[in-house]
Design a protein around this ligand. Structure first.
Ligand code: DLL
Length: 441
């Protein structure tokens, strides 16, 4: 179903006019209320009065995560604290977390965006929704929750992890929709299989998967193993949390951006200049309607492309491609830029391998070196007679050589490949998966 027909199928001309009107108001709003923006606009030599249409957005300065961190905890807030009814924060693995507050209108807008995502994912009021994103400072759990309740889904707030309980609820509550990370969907598929449960017997229609990068091949694998649609949902805490964009099940070809609330640009991450439509670059988002922490041209560091063609589902809002990598995730191996997603795309779907792997980054003689550790399938492990065979058999050696060659061709750089036994690569225990081990320091 299309949750908000009027907005989601709006003529693009009218949509752009709405964005222009909102952008113009926003420029004045942040200039008056947030000292950071007053200073940044003044330094860029731009006055809010000059911002009349979306074409003027490039006159505005970018906002970065570092600037948000410098404003810790509340300096970027544009409203008095008594109007803030919720505060989330990013995990802050390095330094202080990034804090994001929401007014009541912000929470309502977020729920509206997520309800649209549910519509795109094939949900309908009355469905049973198992929410396996973490509840807490992380935006995944509560973000999905409010959107689900708005649509009228029976929402099960199970939160992340605890696979035995997830399986029990899937079976006993007859869940229709489930949300979790894509890596956790694979963990769940393996656990169901291990327990002798056939997912084809479960009434789950869609898995709504996001919060981390994944690939088309991984979708095929998840859909085949779980007998349901696997749709992509995107978002980030600085902007909203889940619900910035979502795929429709009709096309599964890019995620519809909620363009009435977010003005999206793709720029060259090096120069900051816009790239042509369809080209890959860094996604930059301006929040058009947020009250507590509106952001002007926020640099997401997520690399993707945008397509404004009308979709077969009838929605007119532009679609962003999968996130192909993050500007800061990029590994530089002997001067060559390598994204973990490229490595994954190269290996996934090989029948000798499981979908799990580990990457190890080391430094030898002041040069960064990459070791790729693909996990072999149970069948392959049996065929080579276990651990010894994985190291020494001609079959394993041939596979190692084949993967090394494929990597060299696709990454344009040499990497060491070491096959590892089934079950030894990291698995998602509910949250985002960490596959890279950086041993350089
Ligand atoms: O991960 C919000 C979210 C929760 C999105 C649940 C979807 C579902 P953060 O923890 O701030 O917020 O992480 C945001 O995760 O900049 C991307 O790099 C990555 N990311 C999120 N969704 C996707 C996706 C949440 N579908 C960061 N594909 C973003 C690839 C994604 N990467």
């Amino acid at each position: 179903m299309i949750w908000n027909e009027e907005i989601e199928t709006m003529d693009r001309g009218a949509l752009v006019a709405l964005q222009s009107e909102r952008l113009s108001k926003l420029a004045a709003y942040v200039y008056e209320r947030v000292p950071h923006y007053k200073q940044a606009f003044d330094e860029a030599g731009v006055s809010p009065a000059e911002i009349k249409s979306v074409d003027d957005v490039t006159k505005l300065p970018f906002t970065t995560k570092e600037q948000m961190r410098d404003s810790y905890p509340f300096k970027m807030f544009a409203v008095p604290m008594d109007q803030v009814i919720r505060t989330h924060a990013s995990s802050g693995t390095t330094g202080k977390p990034t804090v994001v507050g929401y007014t009541r209108n912000d929470i309502d807008m977020w729920a509206e965006c997520v309800a649209r995502c549910f519509g795109m994912s094939g949900a309908k009021p009355g469905d049973i929704f198992q929410n396996a994103y973490g509840y807490g400072l992380f935006t995944g759990g509560l973000g999905m929750h409010y959107g689900a309740e708005l649509m009228g889904l029976n929402t099960i707030p199970v939160s992340g992890g605890n696979t035995a309980r997830q399986m029990l609820l899937l079976q006993d509550f007859q869940t229709n929709l489930m949300a979790c990370t894509p890596s956790y969907a694979l963990t769940l598929a393996d656990a169901l299989n291990g327990d002798g449960v056939d997912p084809a017997d479960l009434p789950v229609r869609s898995f709504i998967l996001g919060a981390e990068p994944w690939t088309e091949v991984m979708r095929e694998e998840i859909e085949a193993k779980l007998h349901a649609h696997a749709v992509n949902i995107y978002g980030l805490s600085e902007i909203l949390g889940p619900g910035v964009s979502n795929e429709c099940i009709e096309a599964k070809d890019g995620m519809h951006l909620m363009e009435d609330h977010f003005l999206c640009e793709i720029i060259d991450p090096e120069t900051g200049e816009p790239v042509a439509e369809g080209e890959v670059g860094e996604l930059v988002i301006t929040t058009l309607t947020k009250e507590a922490i509106p952001l002007i041209r926020y640099r997401t560091k997520d690399l993707c492309s945008i397509n404004t063609e009308k979709c077969v589902c009838g929605r007119t809002h532009a679609r962003m491609s999968r996130v192909l990598g993050r500007a800061d995730d990029m590994l530089i191996i002997r001067g060559v830029n390598v994204f973990p997603s490229q490595i994954e795309a190269t290996m996934l779907g090989m029948e000798e391998l499981s979908p799990h792997y580990k990457l190890i980054l080391t430094r030898k003689d002041r040069l960064d070196a990459l070791e790729i550790q693909p996990e072999v399938s149970e069948d392959f492990f049996r065929e080579v007679d276990g651990l010894d065979g994985l190291k020494n058999s001609p079959k394993a050696k041939a596979l190692t050589q084949e993967i090394t060659k494929m990597m060299r061709e696709s990454l344009l750089v040499g990497a060491t490949v070491t096959l590892i036994p089934p079950g030894s690569a990291p698995r998602s225990e509910g949250g985002k998966i960490k596959r890279l081990e950086d041993q350089r320091s």
